[in-house]
Design a protein around this ligand. Structure first.
Ligand code: PLP
Length: 494
């Protein structure tokens, strides 16, 4: 035995280290003190949201967040909370604000945060059924609930992901495996999508090794929805030319305008031609739960019906179910293909293979060890049931319609009647450059900061977007938004 490994000496060293190592386990008194401080902090934060700004111009950072440079801890929690408040929360966009009406607003319901807190304290292993049967059961039950919502057949599954980007990636990798694509096939394969598809789909195509596939961009109609007749025509033409139509990516709620592609007609084309039908419903999917109708009498839920005929769907609970950032889902009809694309075997995992009552997330996604992210959805659904979520979704659609009519009455030009909860509009004073006038209008809104809007360019035209999806956005918020816009118009040089 070497002198360092002399047992009494080892014991002596261990005795010296243990008190400090144990300090990572605070006692009950310390936990109570920290929890009380956290509660005060979050109460003040939530209490300040209603009258606080949705956007504060980001000046230079103050240096508060550089405190790790010297690594001078331990620092009391009060001081750390101060650093976060002053260094992080005081600038830029406040995504927790109901005035966040830009991009696709996220959520952050408190019950979701409670789920995250519990998931971190329990630290259950949600990757593999053998280790975390309860946690995996919870995640798979949530996926089966989502599959039923899509009217997918029993036996469908998917994966709870960090967000829509990874959900789309898993779907594309699964489609690739299901069709058994080899590198030598790629040049003949075609993917069909529109200019309105989210950029993460292009990213997923690249990451999935499908860059040399032919991308056929299908034209959109006046509502920015995929023109299904043009799709039919392109697929027929490609088949005639000896190409291999492989995948259609449709959107159920585009990011620019919230448009829903004609899913049923696209499904017809995919079924007839043996094409994998993927729907990116990251933003819009949960509006399938809406009880509302469009002015023409058609029910909102009806335009989502074609989802049930897709092969895979990406849907984001951190958007449409108002959860904190970090929860997307991919739903896949043919779980065998998903498994084939993602399972693994390793000698050190041999104990885990036996138990197969549930498929393991680690065999259905690129991840292994992961955050037990299902609990942030499970807890709110158990606590509230579904009703308040559906009420929020209907409220968001109606708020967008209210805004659409009001903004027209103010003399602004709008895009198509909203399919979901996004409204685009622009300022086109006679004889002026509408793009420039609209950009100037948006600048004034952002300067005011009470609400936050963003812009996009469609066919060369600059449009402002209003996207209503925060659970904290209500009629009073939209009225403030209209007031801010009216003030901006009144002080406009046009
Ligand atoms: C937000 C969004 C995505 C990307 O999802 P993340 O959760 O941000 O990764 C993909 N598609 C659409 C339509 C989206 O709105």
């Amino acid at each position: 035995m070497s002198p360092q490994d002399n047992l009494p000496f080892l014991e002596q060293q261990l005795a010296a280290l243990e008190p400090e190592a144990r300090s990572l386990e605070p006692d009950a008194r310390q936990r109570a003190e920290w929890m009380a401080q956290l509660q005060r902090e979050t109460d003040a934060f939530i209490g300040g949201l209603e009258h606080g700004k949705a956007y504060r111009k980001a000046g230079p950072m103050t240096g508060i967040l550089e405190s790790l440079r010297q690594m001078t801890g331990p620092v009391p929690l009060d001081e750390v909370l101060y650093e976060l408040r002053e260094g992080m929360l005081a600038k830029g966009l406040n995504p927790a604000s109901g005035g966040h009406l830009a991009y696709i607003p996220g959520g952050g319901i408190f019950a979701g945060a409670m789920g995250d807190f519990l998931a971190a304290v329990y630290n259950q292993y949600a990757g593999v059924y053998y280790g975390g049967p309860g946690a995996v059961k919870i995640e798979n039950e949530l996926l089966r609930w989502l599959c039923r919502m899509m009217a997918y057949p029993a036996g469908s599954l998917g994966n709870l992901t960090s967000g829509g980007s990874v959900a789309n990636l898993i779907a594309l990798v699964t489609a690739r495996e299901a069709h058994g694509l080899q590198v030598s096939d790629l040049a003949k394969c075609c993917i069909y999508l529109t200019s309105q598809v989210h950029h993460c789909v292009h990213k997923a195509i690249r990451i999935a090794g499908l860059s040399s596939v032919r991308i056929q961009t299908i034209p959109t109609d006046s509502h920015f929805r995929m023109d299904s007749e043009m799709l039919q025509r392109q697929v027929a033409q490609d088949r005639m030319a000896g190409l291999r139509p492989f995948l259609v990516v449709a959107s159920a709620g585009t990011t620019d305008t919230g448009a829903i592609d004609p899913l049923d007609a696209i499904a017809d084309c995919c079924v007839a031609n043996g094409i994998w039908f993927h729907v990116d419903a990251a933003y819009g999917g949960f509006f399938a739960l809406s009880r509302l109708s469009y002015p023409n009498g058609k029910k909102v839920s009806e335009v989502f019906r074609g989802l049930s005929r897709s092969d895979s769907v990406a849907i984001d609970p951190h958007k449409g179910l108002f959860l904190p950032y970090g929860l997307g889902a991919v739903l896949i009809r043919d779980v065998a293909s998903q498994y084939k694309a993602h399972y693994y075997r390793a000698a050190y995992m041999q104990d885990a293979f036996a138990a197969q009552e549930e498929l393991s997330p680690a065999d259905l996604s690129p991840e292994m060890t992961k955050h037990f992210r299902g609990l942030r959805l499970w807890l709110p659904l158990r606590l509230y049931g579904l009703a308040p979520f559906v009420a929020n979704l209907d409220e968001k659609i109606l708020l967008c319609r209210y805004f659409y009519h009001k903004v027209q009455a103010m003399g602004l030009e709008t895009g198509p009647y909203p399919d979901t909860s996004i409204c685009i509009f622009r300022f086109a004073p006679p004889g002026e450059d509408a793009n420039e006038a609209t950009r100037a209008l948006l600048d004034r809104v952002v300067d005011d900061g009470r609400v936050f809007l963003s812009s996009t360019t469609l066919e060369g035209q600059f449009w402002i977007r209003l996207a209503v999806l925060s659970f904290r956005t209500h009629l009073s918020t939209i009225k403030i938004c209209l007031e801010v816009l009216q003030n901006a118009l009144n002080s406009s040089k046009f």
